[in-house]
Design a protein around this ligand. Structure first.
Ligand SMILES: [Zn+2]
Length: 257
């Protein structure tokens, strides 16, 4: 049944918002839709970032992992494993800013699962943040699920986004990447596919997913397309494109529709 949701029913328009039903239908261009109040999501995206930015991107959350449980789209899982500072080989790696707030905002809007590394671990905690993220994902992403793994890259190559396919792209994961890319390009974003950030690391969630029959892609957002340094115009395009791509009937696995 979830497939039938399409765009309608994703979000109810708030008070005073005009409703343009025609704009809610899938189109070949990125059209403004009152069913998808991107200006509301944009404010949430920026506002949510404060929780992750707290104390130099240590994060304000009580727990290392924040989970948003699915309400409408249990097959869809969004992940932000680098939303706060994290450790690699004894060195701190800085947060992919704007990704935790994006996953929180989109997961609530779409009614899908969200898994976010929301509070930095101490180096002496004896825990690998990659493991706790994967453990949290394993409880929600199952055989047949769809996973989008969000990261942040520096501005480069005049790109807003790069989509990575992992070491062994499947037909469904390639189709998912194409679907996300198409919506982003229609919204006017500059997108690369599998050029520099291909998610080839054995630790990437895209490769982790491939061993579990989870259809996954990695999405790298350039700094200019996410808070706190991005332009609102770019960020609104990112939100519209992702909501439209992930709410579209084709984004749901047929076995679960
Ligand atoms: Zn990252």
């Amino acid at each position: 049944m979830a497939c039938a949701l399409g765009f309608a029913g994703l979000l109810e328009p708030g008070p005073g918002m005009a409703v343009d039903r025609a704009a809610a239908a899938p189109t070949h261009t990125c059209r403004r839709s009152a069913v998808l109040p991107s200006e509301v999501l944009l404010a949430e995206w920026s506002g949510n970032e404060a929780d992750f930015a707290h104390d130099g991107y240590t994060g304000a959350g009580p727990d290392p992992i924040e989970v948003i449980p699915a309400t409408e789209r249990p097959w869809l899982v969004l992940a932000a494993p680098h939303a706060v500072n994290h450790w690699r080989d004894g060195a701190v790696k800085l947060a992919d800013r704007g990704t935790g707030s994006l996953v929180r905002t989109l997961s609530r809007a779409l009614g899908c699962h969200g898994v976010i590394h929301a509070r930095a671990l101490r180096l002496d905690a004896g825990v690998d943040d990659r493991v706790i993220v994967q453990d949290a994902l394993a409880e929600r992403a199952r055989d047949g699920s769809v996973l989008i793994d969000f990261h942040g890259m520096r501005d480069q190559r005049d790109l807003d986004v790069e989509i990575g396919l992992g070491s062994s792209p499947s037909g469904p994961s390639t189709a998912l990447a194409r679907q996300v890319l198409d919506h982003m390009e229609r919204c006017g974003l500059r997108v690369a596919m599998n050029e520099k950030y291909q998610a080839l690391s054995p630790h990437s969630l895209t490769n982790w997913s491939a061993t579990r029959n989870i259809t996954a892609v990695q999405v790298e957002l350039a700094a200019r397309a996410r808070p706190p340094a991005g332009s609102q115009a770019n960020e609104e395009k990112v939100l519209r494109a992702l909501v439209e791509a992930l709410a579209a009937p084709g984004s749901a696995p047929s076995a679960q529709s």
